[in-house]
Design a binder for this molecule. Structure first.
Ligand code: VOV
Length: 249
């Protein structure tokens, strides 16, 4: 058996994709719409306060294409809190108009591939920011997709020996680092939690950087040979005022 890679985990993550039922939304009276928008804004503001308490993080995004219209991301200390976030949202009146399109449950994960042998990654103070990322400080655009590492008879990531996996991940890290300051990645592990093995959440000021980075990685062996991808979602962050303007009919 190959030696499993040690991982350390941070906040639990819930990516909640929604589609607006525009027909139902448009058929409401302006007063009903306004009331629902205001309660969504109040909910959103209260969720954002979690960052100040360092107990989690929250972000709202508009999504391009027909797969979803918006994305709400919750980071929390426990799985129970993720469920509470979901329930609190569903109890809002406007949730009846925001139809679930996709969701992803995972936990922020760092693997030990590139850490120095013998060192305890938990001793590194820089890690806190990576394990407990603040969504409010991320660049404007977001890209999310789930992925697996392949387990075919010929190409099975989980049967490679540790040295080979370190070699491949080193090459992966080098490509990623050439995008330093332009693309920020949050890797969340989801084995046992959701249908894929990882969620990849990327942030960039310019969405074209997503295409450039992901394309370049396709040529790198770890992605070319071992990666399998789920659906891709791309969009940008909005504050409460922009959210209200977007919902305004
Ligand atoms: C800004 C870009 C960027 C950078 C700098 C970066 C670096 C790194 C490092 C240093 C490490 C390993 C240690 C750790 O920190 O965990 C990882 C780990 C990982 N990555 Fe990565 N990655 C990036 C970006 C990046 C992208 C775009 C993808 C999607 C792949 C693609 O083809 O679409 C990805 C995937 C992953 C995954 C699934 C893991 C976990 C793999 C496992 O088997 O455990 N990643 N990644």
């Amino acid at each position: 058996m190959s030696e499993p890679t040690q991982t350390i985990e941070g906040w639990y993550a819930y990516h909640d994709f929604r589609t607006v039922d525009w027909a139902s939304w448009k058929s409401m009276s302006p007063e009903m719409r306004q009331q629902r928008i205001e309660s969504l804004q109040a909910y959103s503001r209260s969720q954002r306060e979690i960052e100040g308490r360092e107990d989690g993080s929250y972000g709202v995004y508009l999504i391009a294409g027909h797969k979803a219209d918006m994305l709400i991301v919750h980071f929390r200390k426990t799985m129970e809190e993720l469920i509470a976030c979901k329930t609190e949202f569903e109890k809002l009146e406007i949730a009846d108009e925001l139809i679930p399109a996709y969701s992803y449950v995972s936990i922020v994960e760092l693997s030990s591939y590139l850490s120095k042998p013998g060192s305890d990654p938990k001793d590194d103070p820089r890690l806190k920011g990576r394990l407990e990322p603040k969504l409010s400080t991320q660049p404007k655009h977001v890209c999310f997709y789930p992925m697996n590492k392949r387990r075919n008879a010929d190409d099975n990531w989980y049967m490679l020996d540790k040295e080979k996996r370190i070699e491949l991940m080193t090459s992966h890290g080098m490509i990623g680092r050439s995008y330093a300051g332009r693309v920020y990645q949050i890797i969340t592990g989801s084995i046992g939690f959701d249908d894929w093995e990882w969620g990849v959440t990327l942030y960039a000021q310019d969405p074209l950087e997503f295409k450039k980075l992901i394309y370049e990685m396709r040529f790198d062996e770890v992605s070319a040979r071992y990666a399998e991808f789920g659906p891709f979602y791309v969009g940008h962050t909005v504050d409460e005022g922009e959210l209200a303007a977007w919902l305004n009919v």
